[in-house]
Design a binder for this molecule. Structure first.
Ligand code: PEP
Ligand code: MN
Length: 328
């Protein structure tokens, strides 16, 4: 927003008033060094334009068109999967293994997710791995195992699609496509995923600003996505005491400023199982619509991300802490 001032405006008093309204501002000088306008920075709290226009010394107020109008259209609106609703008052639990390891294991996991009150099964069939020699998922077979396990237990399927060449196959097996952190700005993938015209969970890039994240969501909507759930999974920090830095400020901003549905993935954020439940609780307090966590029947044996895998008991404990009613 740009606030144009008349030459006699009391800039000091105005700055004080704007700060009192909670706005981040930057005075702009003309060539004579006189403050002629005040820029209200992006993501500042929303204040009605008429309030600003009425302030002493203000000539006019210009508002910038939002660069993500489709994302904005979802303010305070619930989003639905067949068995899951994300809303401003939901506590959704999405849980499952880092990677889908076998038909039997995913059946066992899906039954534990349902028993704990979760509504969606996560799991990687196609895994992005830092090393080319690391296990990278069982691919198409894993999608089938996962679909079967979810259907048997009344759950939705959330799984990552890594390549635009795989969108069709993954979309056939999933209720919500997951775009991984490493691919948040892979625009070719975003376009193909959007063209599947289904819900997409968009993980935040590891070094992405909130604006870049929202714009990636806009790409999905522009291509046809039916809804976009934003997933905060930790960004790169300077400190390696946790795997990533869980940005709960961004969660609060998306929920309270933009009115969007956000899911938090504390597993990839902190990388260690002992901190996942406290972070899940904090995420809900910050305004998340739900959490997504990694679980395994025998965490020590997980083929990927073992240190952050919760046991079934941990999952139940988390559900209780989040005040989800476990299914009997
Ligand atoms: C995942 O959820 O399986 C995953 C790989 O997460 P991220 O893209 O956040 O690293
Ligand atoms: Mn993982």
């Amino acid at each position: 927003m740009l606030i144009n001032l008349n030459p006699s405006a009391d800039v000091t008093a105005l700055k004080k008033t704007l700060a009192g309204l909670g706005l981040w501002v930057k005075p702009l000088l003309n060539t004579d060094g006189v403050v002629q306008a005040i820029l209200v920075k992006n993501h500042s709290p929303k204040i009605d334009r008429s309030i600003l226009s009425a302030l002493p010394g203000v000539i006019s107020v210009f508002e910038q068109a939002s660069p993500h109008p489709e994302v904005d259209r979802w303010r305070a609106r619930p989003m639905h999967l067949p068995k899951t609703t994300f809303s401003q008052s939901s506590t959704v639990i999405i849980a499952g293994p880092c990677s889908v390891e076998s038909a039997n294991a995913i059946d066992e996991i899906a039954s534990a997710v349902a028993a704990a009150g979760g509504s969606a099964l996560r799991g990687g069939a196609f895994k992005p791995r830092t090393s080319p020699y690391a296990f990278s998922g069982f691919g198409h077979e894993a999608l089938k195992w996962m679909r079967h396990a979810a259907d048997t237990n009344g759950l939705d399927v959330v799984t990552e699609v890594m390549s635009e060449l795989e969108v069709e196959h993954v979309a056939d097996a999933a209720d919500m496509l997951q775009i991984g952190s490493r691919n948040m700005q892979n625009f070719a993938l975003l376009h193909r995923a959007g063209e599947a015209k289904m819900p997409v969970m968009l993980k935040r890039g590891r070094a992405a600003t909130v604006e870049e994240w929202l714009m990636a969501g806009e790409h999905l909507y522009a291509a046809g996505a039916s809804s976009v759930i934003f997933c905060e999974r930790g960004i790169r920090g300077f400190d390696d005491s946790t795997r990533n830095l869980l940005d709960l400020s961004a969660v609060a901003l998306l929920r309270h400023h933009y009115g969007l549905n956000v899911v938090v993935d504390p597993s990839h954020a902190c990388g260690r199982r002992d901190l996942i439940i406290p972070l899940a609780t904090a995420a809900m307090a910050a305004g998340a619509s739900g959490v997504m966590v990694e679980i395994h029947p025998n965490p020590a044996e997980a083929l990927s991300d073992a240190p952050q895998a919760l046991s079934f008991k941990d999952l139940e404990r988390m559900a209780v802490e989040l005040k989800l009613e476990p299914k009997s």
